[in-house]
Design a binder for this molecule. Structure first.
Ligand SMILES: NC(=O)c1ccc[n+]([C@@H]2O[C@H](COP(=O)([O-])OP(=O)(O)OC[C@H]3O[C@@H](n4cnc5c(N)ncnc54)[C@H](O)[C@@H]3O)[C@@H](O)[C@H]2O)c1
Length: 315
């Protein structure tokens, strides 16, 4: 298959490259940045096209000329950066999504996978929420993502596009996504190992849903490959764990006892993250495409800290 990953040099995109290349897909990555977050050997087999999702002609031409079959649409301006650069966020997240959907529609790329977020829920989110819980995001990022979801579902109904989306919780990884308000969850591991110190910008009690990045990649592959007849909806929740900041701190301290970890909560970010649900009902994904997370907090902490220590040794 010819597969396009928008935002493909980013955290999740650069990891998705690995299983796609290994299974023989021809992968094209489109991003404003050329350097991948994870420069795996598989990246050597990828065509990297540098460009802006807001550039409609570039997106349409890319999908047409590369005869793309499936698109993983991950390119986006993340939460913190969206508040700082609202027009850039609108252009990438909304105009960019419209361009990707139109490119698929006009060029016959059948399947569009979209990375949405729990930040689409925001206010009025009940605990243990499901896919049909009200979506009243309190951040511009959430507003752009819920809009993009609705556009995708509309394109499915109107044009038969095979749009499939996952609402991701916060992603735990060895390298925190720049510009995400929720990046504290990954940054405590990264800076705990690399700097020996970290200052949380949320409260010790701030609790939010999370997922290890390998589980996120697996979820997109599983939903992408699921037979259409099994899917009873277009947008699914997935959930891994819901640690508080204090529990993340404990996971780091248990492995790096000398780490100097402190708290200076930013009230605006606390309000944003604490407005998100703690528990997410992902039973629909489990039922329709056998979703099941493989990583809990302890296994994740061992893996991330191991990777970061290896990186330190290699320097
Ligand atoms: N990281 C998380 O915690 C999280 C949680 C929920 C959803 N998501 C979603 O998952 C997707 C991937 O996130 P990630 O963690 O890999 O973040 P990331 O920032 O590492 O990746 C996003 C990529 O999009 C690219 N991009 C931004 N604007 C662009 C534009 N105008 N044109 C082309 N490329 C552009 C960036 O350069 C970056 O490489 C995003 O859509 C994000 O909203 C992430």
């Amino acid at each position: 298959m010819n597969v396009l990953i928008t935002g493909g040099t980013g955290n999740i995109g650069s990891r998705l490259v690995i299983p796609l290349v290994r299974r023989g897909d021809r992968v094209v990555v489109f991003d404003i940045r050329s350097q991948p977050t994870l420069a795996s050997p598989e990246f050597c087999d990828v065509e990297v096209v540098v460009g802006d999702l807001g550039d409609r002609d570039a997106v349409l031409e890319l999908v047409r000329s590369r005869k793309i079959d499936s698109i993983f649409h991950f390119g986006a301006v993340l939460s913190g950066s969206a508040e700082e650069n609202p027009y850039e966020a609108w252009r990438a997240n909304i105009d960019g999504t419209l361009n990707v959907l139109d490119a698929s529609r006009f060029s016959g790329a059948q399947r569009v996978m979209f990375s949405s977020t729990v930040a689409t829920y925001g206010e009025y989110a009940p605990d243990n929420l499901n896919e049909d819980s009200p979506q009243w995001p309190i951040s511009l990022y959430g507003v752009t993502k819920v809009t993009a979801e609705r556009l995708g579902v509309y394109y499915h109904r109107k044009f038969g596009l095979d749009f499939r989306a996952i609402r991701l919780p916060i992603i735990l990884t060895s390298h925190a996504a720049a510009g995400a308000a929720s990046a504290y969850a990954a940054a405590v591991f990264e800076q705990g190992v690399l700097q020996g110190a970290f200052e949380f910008w949320v409260n010790p009690t701030t609790r939010a849903p999370m997922l290890y990045i390998d589980d996120a990649v697996q979820s997109f592959l599983a939903l992408h490959d699921a037979p259409s007849a099994n899917l009873r909806r277009r947008v699914y929740n997935v959930h891994g764990m819901s640690p508080s900041a204090a529990e993340l701190e404990h996971a780091v301290r248990a492995r790096i006892p000398n780490a100097n970890i402190s708290y200076r909560p930013d009230p605006a970010i606390c309000a944003l993250i604490e407005g998100w649900p703690h528990q997410i009902d992902d039973s629909e994904a489990r039922r329709d495409w056998n979703w099941k997370p493989s990583w809990d907090l302890n296994k994740t902490a061992d893996e991330i800290i191991g990777l970061l220590k290896d990186e330190l040794k290699g320097k």
